[in-house]
Design a protein around this ligand. Structure first.
Ligand code: ATP
Length: 248
């Protein structure tokens, strides 16, 4: 089977502050309707790769100096994040980034700001988010800053869902969460993928859980892809077992 390619990253280099070469020629492709994992240890370049795709490097004095990034066959390198959201691509940043002083529900509604299809459609999707995350329905009136880390991860994902994305770039969803919550979050990723057809590219240090829920994986080391393959094969690979599966 050959699925349509939604996103194609071809040989990109990223440099911070004009000197620090962090990505040294990264290529990957994300098939439509799949869950693709970007794996690797601390500092390998996972976040940088996601930020290069959604054009969020500028604020950190980073830039793509080589290579191409195509979405549905078109170059998206110059598009700002809002334009990308309109194309159906949204990033959920590492560390959740909720608006702490807004309620859970207000946070979710901010995710719909680029939409032009009316209040009724937005209200319907809010109910859908609450159906996926019953916990958020219970906490809808709570100030986001006072919710738990797991709840804030749910808010960040729910807010992304409110933009009706085809594709979610999910950065380190497991970070700082208890194992049971990590499983819960990944179960929702799987459900969204199966029921809504949402494509995922997710960066994870937790190789165990990422390979359990993904279809395909890329392993980054020191700014280079050192291995890639179907998740089931990577799980059985002796090097992956030795260097990645034991530690998370
Ligand atoms: P983590 O799990 O820590 O987020 P990562 O695989 O996502 O790891 P990146 O955050 O992409 O890795 O970082 C890759 C490398 O780039 C690291 O060596 C990091 O120190 C460096 N780096 C990241 N951001 C900047 C920046 N704004 N300026 C300079 N160097 C940076």
């Amino acid at each position: 089977k050959t699925a349509e390619t939604l996103l194609e990253v071809n040989n990109i280099e990223v440099i911070y502050n004009h000197v620090i070469l962090v990505l040294k020629g990264v290529s990957l492709s994300v098939p439509k309707g799949g869950i693709t994992a970007l794996l690797g240890g601390n500092g390998a370049g996972k976040t940088t790769t996601l930020k290069a795709i959604s054009n969020l490097l500028q604020a950190e004095r980073g830039e793509v100096t080589k290579g191409t990034i195509d979405h549905k066959g078109e170059n998206i390198a110059e598009l700002n994040p809002a334009a990308l959201v309109k194309r159906g691509v949204i990033q959920v940043m590492e560390g959740r980034h909720c608006f702490e002083h807004l309620t859970v529900e207000e946070n979710l509604l901010t995710g719909a700001y680029t939409r032009t299809d009316g209040r009724a459609a937005v209200a319907k999707d809010l109910e859908m988010v609450y159906e996926y995350f019953p916990r958020l329905a219970e906490r809808r009136k709570s100030q986001a800053g006072y919710t738990s880390g797991g709840e804030q991860q749910m808010v960040a994902m729910g807010r992304a869902m409110m933009s009706r994305p085809d594709m979610i770039l999910l950065d380190e969803p497991s970070m700082g969460l208890a194992p049971q919550l990590v499983e819960q979050i990944f179960q929702i990723v799987k459900r969204l993928n199966e029921e809504q057809g949402t494509t995922f590219l997710l960066a994870e240090q937790n190789t165990n859980v990422a390979l359990k829920y993904s279809h395909y994986g890329y392993i980054l080391e020191n700014g280079r892809i050192v291995m890639d393959g179907p998740a089931a094969e990577l799980r059985e690979n002796p090097d992956v077992k030795e260097f990645y599966l034991g530690m998370s």
